[in-house]
Design a protein around this ligand. Structure first.
Ligand code: PXP
Length: 248
């Protein structure tokens, strides 16, 4: 399992004051020096946290350091104010991985993944448009088998399992049930030749449960890393996450 660190929350803190402090680039370099496997940004049309410039900068830093840049976002986000459009951003940054997320502007954060048939034709058109980039394409999906089949039928490379419901059920009696569902999703994805990522609401407590479910290629984690960094510091937090994914 590999760790891609989502730096959105560093951008959110920076935006609170309007200057470049904290600097997203500084934390990118620090994360790289600590051995993370990739960096993620999820710019939105309202630039509430990561901006398009952040994505351009971080993708360039990743390329120079032979690290994967994972650009997440809604494929249908059009240019607005400082946001240059998701397709345009993919075209400029040429990310190693593009994760397609059905987010909407009124959400606080992504609260669902793709389900079968959602904007299928529009999605197919987008996939044709980005083919020349040669990026790995991952679809952020709801934790259901039908969505895995949907991703495979579209010829995608990977799925990213939306782990919000998994994280929420960790303390409850439903944990066995959701772990079984995730195991089945992983197995089906592998049968169909898809890689498997996972993300949302993952943390040091629930990661071992996720690891139990089967072979996952990559987790992308943002929110909990920054919260843990308040307790342990950024350096120690990243080491804790790397140790958790490599020793479980
Ligand atoms: N994956 C996707 C598609 C997301 O939208 C996000 C949040 O930006 C994450 C993973 C990371 O979630 P969290 O910040 O809860 O770790």
């Amino acid at each position: 399992m590999r760790l891609s660190v989502n730096l959105n929350k560093i951008a959110l803190l920076r935006n609170a004051r309007g200057n470049n402090y904290p600097s997203v680039e500084d934390f990118a370099y620090e994360a790289i020096s600590l051995g993370v496997h990739g960096l993620t940004l999820h710019p939105r049309q309202d630039s509430r946290h990561a901006t398009c410039n952040d994505a351009i900068e971080i993708s360039s830093i990743c390329k120079k350091n032979s690290l994967e840049f994972n650009l997440e976002g809604n494929p249908f986000s059009l240019p607005k104010d400082d946001f240059i459009g998701f397709y345009e951003l993919c075209d400029i940054t040429k990310p190693e991985q593009i994760t397609l997320v059905p987010d909407s502007i009124d959400q606080i954060t992504s609260d669902c993944g793709w389900s079968p048939n959602y904007k299928e034709n529009k999605l197919k058109n987008f996939l044709t448009k980005i083919k020349h980039l040669d990026s790995r394409i991952s679809l952020f999906i709801n934790p259901e088998i039908e969505s895995v089949e949907f991703a495979a039928n579209l010829g995608l490379d990977r799925i990213e399992i939306y782990t919000g419901p998994f994280a929420n059920s960790i303390q409850s009696i439903n944990i066995k049930e959701i772990k079984t569902t995730i195991s089945l999703i992983i197995t089906r994805a592998r049968e169909l030749g898809l890689g498997v990522n996972a993300g949302h609401d993952l943390n040091l407590q629930n990661l071992p449960h996720l690891i139990d479910c089967g072979e996952i290629d990559e987790v992308s984690i943002g929110h909990a890393i920054i919260i843990d960094a308040l307790k342990y510091g950024f350096h120690d937090t990243i080491i804790k996450y790397i140790n958790t994914i490599t020793t479980n």
